[in-house]
Design a protein around this ligand. Sequence first.
Ligand SMILES: NC(=O)c1ccc[n+]([C@@H]2O[C@H](COP(=O)([O-])OP(=O)(O)OC[C@H]3O[C@@H](n4cnc5c(N)ncnc54)[C@H](OP(=O)(O)O)[C@@H]3O)[C@@H](O)[C@H]2O)c1
Length: 336
Amino acid sequence: MRALLIPEKGAAPVLSDDLDDQTILGAEAPGAADTDAVIDVDWSSLNFKDGMALSGRGIVRSWPLVPGIDAVGTVRDPGATGLSVGDTVVLNGAGAGESRHGGYAEATRVPAEAVVRVPEAFTAKHAAAIGTAGFTAMLCVLALEDAGMVPEHGPILVTGAAGGVGSVAVSLLAGRGFQVTASTGRVDSEGDFLRSLGATEIIHRDELSDTSPTEKPLQSQRWAGAVDSVGSTTLGNALAQTRYGGAVACCGLAAGPDLPTTVLPFILRGVRLLGANSVDAPLALRQRAWDRLAEELDVAVLDSLTETIGLSEMIDASERILAGGVRGRTVVDVSR
Ligand SMILES: NC(=O)c1ccc[n+]([C@@H]2O[C@H](COP(=O)([O-])OP(=O)(O)OC[C@H]3O[C@@H](n4cnc5c(N)ncnc54)[C@H](OP(=O)(O)O)[C@@H]3O)[C@@H](O)[C@H]2O)c1
């Protein structure tokens, strides 16, 4: 089968047109369980994490391995999923592309406890366009919802707004009636794009990185809440600018995994920091998020933030995403 494979630790990915099926689908494949389903993959996607995996910056924990944390396709063998042969399904994370073969292959094994039927509102390609980034954007929105956040509370900040998580989060929050402020390093080139997704205010990301949040942990109260995919100083300043009783959903580390802050935003303003983890999300939460995506995400908007590439273009694209140069989402056609 056609697949992209990282042959060994530190090695560059290799595109093969005739990889032995058993290498990917056999019971000896890394992470394989008897309960797995087997799917014929049509689409995958490019996430920040895939960029890290393809460039040898951690993530992959078993070799040889097919990378790709997302896989969308049709069920060949349902395993213990309760799905039917021919169902269109989506897998986000759950070890794919990290400790078990992922979506950059024409077929793969998927864990029964994580695979979800693609909602009728979406084509298979739409599901890949959403991918882990869009799924995680919805997990963040649901975390804010569960924290009681409603549009009347005030504006929501979205950081890394022109990226995958950020752009879907902007669209989802605007669709729910929130006033959305988009923070981006690409105000000139992506400002109009972010407005088209529903952002009402665009700020330059320097506004969230120029101040030390450990020196100024309490700043002017600007946001009722935030969705942050950037981490580091940006998240520290987002917390410092969140209003009394607000909530910040945190999912990423595009600028770094550190979090410079103090306890003051939490103990003096009652700010809540809400973590989102797509990889280990239980099936019920996956189903809830995909159901809500189907209800809320406008497919015309999704199309407007999606680019399509083939497996042969992955190396270039992975470098671009790590350099912060990808707009919105990138779908991967595994057949080309
Ligand atoms: N917790 C989870 O389960 C989960 C799931 C998905 C993603 N993530 C994480 O979320 C982050 C975003 O993922 P993604 O797929 O959306 O990536 P992406 O498409 O590359 O988006 C990241 C965005 O962050 C901004 N950015 C990049 N480098 C930056 C820097 N040095 N300083 C400030 N801002 C920077 C850029 O936005 P602008 O150009 O607009 O400034 C960039 O477009 C990654 O860290 C990823 O690992 C976590």
